[in-house]
Ligand binder design. Structure first.
Ligand SMILES: Nc1nc2c(ncn2[C@@H]2O[C@H](COP(=O)(O)OP(=O)(O)OP(=O)(O)O)[C@@H](O)[C@H]2O)c(=O)[nH]1
Length: 332
């Protein structure tokens, strides 16, 4: 097999977005004349679209950033690269910048109409048409494969992440979860459940119920930041992993979400409410953290619905009692 085909075969053996990214960058780097390749992450911060290098080539190796996007010292506003910004704004396939001895080609990765990653290829000579064709060929294989991976990770109705991906996302975020200085939790898990959703289905039919789920998913997307992870766990239950925020910020964000859903006028249906249970994730397995948030949710449901309850608050106030049986702690 020719080296390029072998590289493509190796690239599509990966089942993880980041490894696939590293693999496409090393494939591109081997194409000749190329001096640097980077994968740029596009994200929103304080309403600005930002970019930062997530992976890049250095001395023939591909390196990944150790920073969260929002705290990466190399992040910069997308507007500082007007050619790329214009390409993203118009849904373009590629953009180029040419300076003496430095020619850069940008290839945004479009998945479901959104570009959150852009590959960047830089070389000292101008790109020939043949080079562009080869780079584009590799890029399209990569983009199609990313799209397949993405599809397998998403809930078909709402487009949110599905339950299957929860543990992996949890593990990925847990690494940066503890505040280095204080050890205070900086990642939170919230379970959000629509109140009396069965009656929406019963009164208006399943199609209207589905519409409510899609609109709630959109409200969730608009209320959380790009580094948070939002899942639909099935039915009318959603889970959010909030990253790198304090308890006070978490309270504020979840209360704002609760109020936004209550205030939203759903076509035909009118108003609905949600109950939310939240727990810190610094202890135990993902299943345990989920269990704690679920208990807080159960409490919210049992005590009037349309409210946000925190597991630690309920424990401290004695509303949730711990019972020691044998070697285990049970909560009721
Ligand atoms: N339209 C629609 N309904 C769904 C879907 N998945 C689950 N459901 C419905 O969601 C409803 C969940 O009802 P329950 O678990 O009784 O909860 P609830 O009525 O929201 O009551 P509380 O949670 O106690 O406030 C059931 O009627 C399910 O049929 C879906 O994909 N689409």
């Amino acid at each position: 097999m020719k080296p390029l085909l072998r590289n493509l075969a190796e690239m599509t053996a990966h089942r993880d977005h980041l490894r696939l990214e590293v693999s496409v960058l090393s494939t591109l780097l081997k194409l000749g004349h190329i001096v640097q390749v980077r994968a740029l992450e596009l994200f929103t911060q304080d309403r600005d679209t930002m970019l930062r290098p997530r992976c890049w080539s250095e001395n023939g190796q591909i390196i990944s950033s150790e920073h969260d996007a929002a705290a990466d010292p190399r992040r910069m506003p997308l507007a500082q690269e007007p050619g790329l910004a214009q390409c993203i704004a118009t849904g373009g396939e590629s953009a180029q910048r040419s300076e003496p001895h430095r020619h850069t080609l940008w290839l945004p990765v479009w998945l479901a109409g959104q570009a959150s990653t852009c590959l960047e290829v830089t070389q000292s000579r101008a790109f020939t048409q043949h080079q562009r064709d080869v780079i584009m060929g590799v890029f399209l294989v990569y983009q199609n494969y990313q799209s397949l991976l993405d599809y397998s990770e998403r809930d078909a109705l709402t487009g949110l992440l599905n339950r299957k991906t929860f543990e992996e996302q949890y593990a990925r975020q847990a690494d940066s979860a503890a505040d280095e200085g204080t050890g205070a939790p900086r990642q939170w898990l919230a379970v959000i459940d629509i109140d009396y959703f069965k009656s929406v289905n019963d009164r208006f039919g399943h199609l209207y119920g589905d519409e409510v789920l899609i609109l709630v998913a959109n409200l969730l997307r608009s209320q959380f930041r790009s580094q948070d992870r939002i899942f639909r766990f099935g039915g009318e239950e959603f889970v959010v992993l909030l990253r790198c925020v304090t308890l006070a910020q978490t309270r504020q964000v979840l209360e704002r979400l609760r109020a936004a859903i209550q205030a939203h006028a759903f076509p035909q249906i009118g108003h609905i409410t949600v109950s939310i249970g939240c727990a810190a994730t610094q202890q135990g397995s993902p299943v345990e953290a989920l269990g704690r948030a679920d208990q807080a949710l159960y409490y919210a449901k049992e005590h009037g619905r349309n409210q946000v309850c925190f597991y630690d608050d309920l424990r401290i106030s004695g509303a949730l009692q711990a019972r020691v049986t044998h070697d285990e702690v049970e909560l009721f």
